[in-house]
Design a protein around this ligand. Structure first.
Ligand SMILES: [Zn+2]
Length: 482
């Protein structure tokens, strides 16, 4: 058997040996010193000392953690072309930029560039299934470009079609959209999912009804930004419910600024929430809602939203979600003069949300989300012998949520194919993505001009009030020393 560090060719069996295996099966079985065998596109075995074919490529997982590929249920992948640009934005600045400024001029190749980089980034970080919440599809050419990029990368993607420049009742009912679906999405396999992505404004006329009807006719799920302060609210949820469009397939993104009544409606109709904690914390959609969703028994998946602002790996999502949930529980207790002595939300739960939570939300749970014999082989090995943060591994769920970074992702397998090995991408053209993104950045800077480019990145800072301090430093300093 081979133990060299060059990656195996597609089709060759792979066995990961002697890792701590987080199966994420229904019982959350965790196996010490166990193997995972991948044959063709499937998991052929999970357990100690597995028999593997002589030609199997062996990966030493000792000291590492083997877990299912992670699932991100909401990412605007096209926006990755301008990674980090909006670090200091609020939601208001985001809307201005993507609806009125950059949103007016970006081209199909800019969507392609963003999607290509984002798709590669997902695999590098162990995110084997990513929902491309693609609401920049102003034309069918943009849609073709977005999908071309996803199909150029050997990850599992769900193409969530949207167009923020039109009402969903317009684009979803257009012949162009319908022929695109027939041409590009009929006959898709389990490497490519399809959702419709649009928001419900709460307009009492409920114009979004026409788009929901198209989704129902096509048999695709709707993903919708719900409970976003200043944008979508309880009226949208109520209208969806009253018109019979709340179904278990629906994904409610953020679900932050909502009354209990909306959570009752979501829980009763079986939908799930996609929580983007880093996003909610700094953009202002509302407090990251897991501390409330848990009380309603609403299923949760995790997402990173957009790398225009934030990181796009699910380690960050798990970490920030644990922090926000626990932070809120402490704060609520303190307002009652109480003390939280035991946390409700555990590291194990957020690892579940990052894997099974996503596969369930997307209707892919019989295919991916856990390491079980017969499921498709989407597998991640976390192991970094050069990192002082990678040992000891005492609490593997905690290690994934709080200690691990994307650089610690050693191996990634999607659909049985090794796409990252020994910390290096395999068969992915990062150079092409880099050149495409550089071209997009140059275009954006040129078209917008220096002033708009710079002011878009650095919004004005509101005046800061500094309290008048009743204590004087000089008084303190002037005390006699004993
Ligand atoms: Zn979003």
């Amino acid at each position: 058997m081979s133990t060299d560090t060059s990656a195996p060719e597609p089709g060759r069996p792979v066995v990961l040996r002697r890792g701590k295996v987080l199966t994420m099966d229904d019982a959350h079985d965790m196996l010490d010193d166990a193997d995972v065998l991948v044959m063709d596109d499937r998991i052929a075995g999970v357990g100690p000392d597995l028999d593997a074919p002589a030609e199997a490529f062996e990966i030493d997982a000792s000291g590492g953690i083997v877990m299912p590929g992670m699932v991100d249920t909401h990412r605007h992948m096209w926006q990755t072309a301008l990674r980090g640009y909006g670090a200091d934005w609020t939601l208001a600045q985001y809307f201005t930029w993507f609806y009125l400024e950059w949103g007016k001029i970006f081209r199909p190749q800019d969507v392609h560039a963003g999607n290509l980089l984002s798709a590669i980034e997902s695999l590098d970080a162990g995110v084997t299934t990513t929902v491309d919440w693609s609401h920049g599809l102003q034309t069918i050419d943009h849609a073709d470009a977005a999908l071309d990029a996803l199909q150029a990368v050997p990850g599992r993607f769900v193409f969530a079609y949207g167009n923020l420049q039109q009402g969903p009742w317009e684009w979803a009912t257009s012949p162009d959209f319908r022929s695109f679906v027939e041409r590009r999405l009929d006959g898709r396999d389990d490497m490519l999912g399809f959702q419709m992505a649009f928001d419900v404004t709460g307009d009492p006329e409920f114009p979004e009804k026409a788009a929901f009807e198209v989704a129902r006719e096509l048999g695709v799920a709707v993903t919708t930004h719900a409970g976003v302060w200043g944008a979508t609210n309880d009226d949208g949820i109520r209208l969806m419910h009253e018109h019979g469009f709340m179904t278990p397939e629906n994904v409610y993104v953020h679900a932050a600024t909502l009354e209990e009544d909306s959570y009752y409606r979501i829980a009763a109709t079986g939908g799930s929430a996609s929580v983007s904690t880093e996003s909610e914390q700094s953009a202002g959609q509302g407090y990251p809602p897991t501390w409330r969703l848990r009380k309603h028994g609403i299923p949760v998946s995790l997402s990173m939203d957009t790398s225009t602002w934030w990181s796009c790996d699910l380690f960050s999502a798990m970490r920030s979600t644990l922090g926000a949930d626990r932070s809120r529980e402490h704060l609520e207790a303190h307002t009652r003069q109480g003390t939280v002595t035991h946390h409700h939300l555990r590291a194990e739960q957020v690892v579940d949300w990052a894997t099974r939570g996503g596969s369930k939300a997307l209707g892919l749970d019989s295919i991916v989300g856990s390491l079980e014999e017969g499921k498709k082989a989407d597998v991640v090995l976390i192991k970094n012998d050069d990192s002082p943060a990678m040992f000891p591994v005492l609490h593997p769920y905690g290690h994934v949520a709080f200690q691990t970074q994307r650089g610690d992702v050693h191996t990634v397998i999607v659909d049985g194919r090794v796409v990252k090995h020994a910390h290096r991408l395999v068969g992915l053209d990062l150079g092409a993505a880099r050149r495409a993104v550089e071209e997009t950045v140059e275009f954006a800077m040129r078209e917008l001009g220096d002033e708009e480019w710079i002011s878009g990145m650095h919004p004005e800072i509101p005046e800061t009030q500094v309290y008048e301090n009743p204590y004087q430093y000089t008084e303190y300093k002037g005390r006699e020393r004993a």
